[in-house]
Every structure is written in structure tokens, then in C-alpha cells.
Design a binder for this molecule. Structure first.
Ligand code: GLN
Length: 545
């Protein structure tokens, strides 16, 4: 299945964490802003079918797409850079590819053949790559891992074959590498890059462009050395110095001349990309006029990547309002130990993020109570909503034992419970019980809701039907609805019978949502409810309190 989409493969060399994801997203952004219909694909060579069952402390955030796929957090970067929605077909893993091949083998589809990595696994990979490219002019494919890793081999072979079976001007290989600075020698070193490119060529892949991560400017004579030793045109050796914000990377690449080699390689007819609006937002991020302090109460603080999309979404609104949002990290267990007042008293707003399991829950409830009783803008997301529901039931309605069945399976007051049957986004019935396997059984993906008129949610979203993404197993229990409303907490949105948002009208700004609004925020289009929270908090700081 071949089409007219041009494909750029991005591989990584020397070591991990070089910013392949941001490099890929930046190249895609440049092409999109030049007028090309562009998409992206992330290949993860691990054996998990998806990262849904991995710990956030190990793998960072699990990003959820509109169509309910649990994906690598790089997909989030792609959406935020491209200002578009991607889906299940934009993230493939070794686990997915092998599952498909084994399933076909069981169905007898290979007609007696011996199933092997070459050709069967590689063919399946190639077909997934081509499938994701249909309907686009450009696709950037990022290969996870580092060249030379055993698990990446079948994917590199698929890249080699795709390059081989297509016209030269249809594919391009970009290799992201490290050019370290050795203090003792006072020099930038090219050897690791040379070795990494040799490894790539041994597999049969020739890079057409090098993106070199470096702490200092790459002088021309070094670019020349890299060009000669790696067989790459000199103008296609691009420096990638550490940027102050990831959103500045497209401009930095353009300043270093990345557009020229792209034009030459692909014979492009479009002129330079129009990055005016983008660059203005980046400028706001780099030179904010105001600052607010946001207390971020969470429990995966050892790896901030666990909250990637949320942190990015907050910065998108910050950029829009020309404000630096200073995050004060509050470990939920510390809130419990030291008391909410000591930790939270100097902030302009409080956020309780999503999470799983009962560790840190008491501290989160204390933080919510503090925000509620001190009229400090509060925003709760997912678990942050479930706990706001529980806190109100415990401390205002007076149901002391209200809790979630996630923390106490036998509870008599299941304020947050497991709903066993519901209709999913595609209209089919989903069944989940305590016995369901963990992988892929949560409420996942986009669900529609309508904000109730006169609520703060309505201020943010307006009257239209909206969609936001979900990733949770438990739901707020509607049998407590009446009692809550009588006591002053309202339900401001539902998706069918499922409770999507609650708020306290008498409070300055207390809103909590069951969905994850952070997944739909992009630099050019901040999420409405996060934006409203930041806007109100800026106002709160400006002396209203
Ligand atoms: N643990 C809760 C649930 O599964 C909340 C999940 C979340 O915050 N993403 O329902």
C-alpha cells in the first residue's frame, strides 16, 4: 500500500533523552507551517502492547488520544506542536506488531509458512507505517530507542526497506546525535556521532541530515568534519543547543538553516514557513510580564514527566496571558505530615491532579478542604474531582465514611464507585468489573458533555457540546447527587448518566472535572477550562484576595 506521502525517519544515536520527540515535532511543525498536510508516527520498540499498564514513575505520563488509545507521551508533544488530533494508528509498539502477527498465524492466514522476523514482522511494521501516512503530504516517523538496541532492529530493517522501495526524493533519514563538550580538552567531540552513523550505515541506513545536540555552538569547521565523516551535506548538519522552551526549537532549527536541505532533498515548491503567531507565543513564554504561584498537589513528583501534558497545558495558558505560572510542587504525603496551611498558604491557586491508588489521598483531601474553606481558586482533575466529591460529602454533607471503592472495596458509602456497564464513545457497551484485566479496561478517550448554563464550566466552554478525554476506572456515584446539591455543590456537566464535572457556586472558583483537559491543550489553542483557571488565578493574585 503506497501513496504520495513523503516520509522522514528520525533515528537516535549515542544515548537516549536527546530530544528526538521534540526534534521530530519541530520538523513537522516547520512543514505544517509551510502549508503541507503533515502527520506523525511514534514507534516504541518495547514489548508492552501500549504503555497503559506502565508506572508513571517509570515511563512518565500515559497520553490518551481522542479515539481512546493509551500512548507514549511523545504523541502528546506531536499534538501540541501540530495543533491536531492523532489516534491509535500514530503509535506502534513491538507488542502490537507481534500480537497481530501471532493472531494471523493462529487464524491460518500465512498458509503453512514458517513465521519469521523477516519478512513477517517487518512486513507488518511496514504496513503500519504506510497506513498512518495515507492522506498526508508528509509524515515524520520517530523511532524510539537508540541505534544498536536489539529490540529496535526489525524497525530499522523496515525503514531500510521503505527507503529502498521508494523513489529517493520520497524518504529522508534524520539522525539525532550528541556532540559532547569535553571541558578538560576544551573541545566539542565528533567521535560518538561518527560511530553512531557507522552503526546506522552497517544496518544499511544512510542519514541525510544530522541534528546535533550540543551545549555550545557548532563551529563551521566542525560541521564540515561531521559532513565529511558521515557523508552528509554540510548544510544538513544542524545544531540543537539546549533551548529555554521546547517551543523555541522550530525557530532555532530554522535559524540554523534546516529549511534549505529539506527544500533541496524533497524538491519543495513552498516558500519559508509562516511562524509569526507561533513565535509570538514563544516570546510570551520567554518574557512573561506577570507571575502567579500554583500549588501542584500530586504524588508522582519524583518524575515530573508523569504530569507532562498538564504542565504543558498550564504553560500554554501562561503564554496566552503573558504570565509565568510558577509551579510549587507539593507532595501529597507531605501535605498530610506538615498540614495544609503550612504548605499552601502562599499560593494563588491549588491544583490536585489525577492519580491511582490510595497513597497520598489524605493529603490531597486536606489540600482540597483548605482551598474550599479559604476561597482559593481550586481545580481538580480526575482523581482531583473524585476527591473533591468525597471531601464535600465527608465535611459538608456529614457522611464521614464516604470514600472510593478504589481505596476500600467493602465501603458502605461508595461515593466513587465502579460502574460495571456503560456505552463507550463508539456507541457499544463496555463491561468492567473488579475481575477485568488491567490493560485497556478504563473509560478511555473522548466523551461528549454539555456545560450547564450559569456555571463556571459554561463560562469556559460555552453552550456547544464539548468533548474531552478520559482515563479512569471509577466514577462519581450519582446516588449522592441530591444530598450534595442541597449542601451547595452542583453537577455542572454529565455525559449521559456519568458525572463529568462538579463545582461550588458560592466559592470564588472551585471546579473539578472527571476528564483530563490537559490532553487537548496546544500552544496555539489552550484548553478552555485550564485557561479559565489560570485567568481567574491571575485575577486572584492581582489583589482581590
Ligand atoms: N484512580 C482513579 C480512577 O481510576 C482516577 C484516575 C485518574 O486520576 N486518572 O478512576
Amino acid at each position: 500500500m503506497q501513496n504520495n506521502c513523503k516520509i522522514i525517519f528520525v533515528t537516535g544515536g549515542v544515548l537516549s533523552s536527546l530530544g528526538k520527540g521534540i526534534t521530530s515535532a519541530s520538523v513537522a511543525t516547520i512543514l505544517k507551517h509551510s502549508g503541507y498536510k503533515t502527520t506523525m508516527l511514534k514507534i516504541d520498540p518495547y514489548l508492552n502492547v501500549d504503555p497503559g499498564t506502565m508506572s508513571p514513575l517509570e515511563h512518565g505520563e500515559v497520553f490518551v488520544t481522542e479515539d481512546g488509545a493509551e500512548t507514549d507521551l511523545d504523541i502528546g508533544h506531536y499534538e501540541r506542536f501540530l495543533n491536531t488530533n492523532l489516534g491509535k494508528i500514530n503509535n506502534i509498539t513491538t507488542g502490537q506488531i507481534y500480537s497481530k502477527v501471532i493472531k494471523k498465524e493462529r487464524q491460518g492466514k500465512y498458509l503453512g509458512q514458517t513465521i519469521q522476523v523477516i519478512p513477517h514482522i517487518v512486513d507488518e511494521i511496514k504496513s503500519a507505517i504506510y497506513k498512518a501516512s495515507v492522506g498526508f503530504e508528509f509524515m515524520i516517523v520517530e523511532l524510539g530507542g537508540t541505534v544498536g538496541d536489539i529490540e529496535g532492529m526489525p524497525f530499522l530493517e523496515a525503514v531500510r526497506e521503505i527507503v529502498f522501495e521508494n523513489d529517493k526524493s520520497k524518504t529522508m533519514n534524520i539522525h539525532v546525535t550528541l556532540v559532547p563538550y569535553l571541558k578538560a580538552a576544551g573541545e566539542l567531540k565528533t567521535k560518538p556521532t561518527q560511530h553512531s552513523v557507522q552503526e546506522l550505515r552497517r544496518i544499511g541506513i544512510k542519514p541525510h541530515m544530522l541534528v546535533c545536540r550540543c551545549e555550545r555552538d557548532l563551529p563551521d569547521q566542525l560541521k564540515k568534519k561531521l559532513a565529511y565523516s558521515c557523508d552528509v551535506n554540510m548544510d544538513a548538519v544542524i545544531q540543537a543547543k539546549d533551548a529555554k522552551t521546547i517551543y523555541a526549537v522550530p525557530k532555532e532549527f530554522l535559524d540554523d538553516g534546516i529549511f534549505g536541505p529539506l527544500v533541496t532533498h524533497f524538491n519543495l515548491d513552498k516558500t519559508k514557513p509562516d511562524m509569526t503567531k507561533w513565535n509570538n507565543l514563544v516570546n510570551n513564554l520567554l518574557n512573561p510580564q506577570k507571575t502567579i504561584k500554583l500549588c501542584f498537589v500530586g504524588k508522582y513528583l519524583k518524575l515530573k514527566e508523569a504530569y507532562k501534558s498538564l504542565l504543558e497545558a498550564i504553560s500554554h495558558s501562561g503564554a496566552k496571558h503573558n504570565t509565568k505560572v510558577d509551579i510549587i510542587w507539593c507532595d501529597s504525603e507531605t501535605v498530610k505530615l506538615k498540614g495544609a496551611k503550612n504548605i499552601l498558604q502562599n499560593c494563588d491557586c491549588i491544583l490536585v491532579a489525577g492519580g491511582f491508588g490510595d497513597r497520598g489521598v489524605d493529603g490531597k483531601i486536606e489540600a482540597i478542604k483548605y482551598a474550599r474553606t479559604h476561597d482559593i481558586p481550586y481545580f481538580g482533575i480526575c482523581l482531583g474531582m473524585q476527591l473533591a466529591y468525597i471531601e464535600y460529602l465527608q465535611n459538608v454533607v456529614g457522611i464521614k465514611d464516604a470514600t472510593s471503592v478504589e481505596f476500600n472495596k467493602e465501603t458502605k458509602e461508595p461515593a466513587v464507585y465502579l460502574i460495571e456497564e456503560f456505552i463507550n464513545t463508539t456507541g457499544s457497551k463496555e463491561i468492567r468489573t473488579v475481575k477485568s484485566p488491567l490493560g485497556g479496561t478504563m473509560r478511555l478517550g473522548s466523551y461528549p458533555f454539555e456545560a450547564k448554563k450559569g456555571t463556571k464550566l459554561y463560562d469556559a466552554y460555552g453552550k456547544d457540546i464539548q468533548k474531552e478525554r478520559h482515563r479512569h476506572r471509577y466514577e462519581a456515584n450519582p446516588i449522592y447527587k441530591e444530598r450534595l446539591q442541597k449542601a451547595g455543590m452542583i453537577i455542572s456537566a454529565q455525559s449521559g448518566e456519568l458525572i463529568e464535572a462538579v463545582e461550588i457556586p458560592s466559592h470564588k472558583w472551585f471546579v473539578a472535572v472527571q476528564f483530563h483537559p490537559e490532553f487537548t491543550s496546544t500552544l496555539e489553542r489552550p484548553n478552555p477550562i485550564i485557561d479559565e483557571f489560570i485567568k481567574v488565578s491571575i485575577k486572584n493574585k492581582q489583589g482581590e484576595r
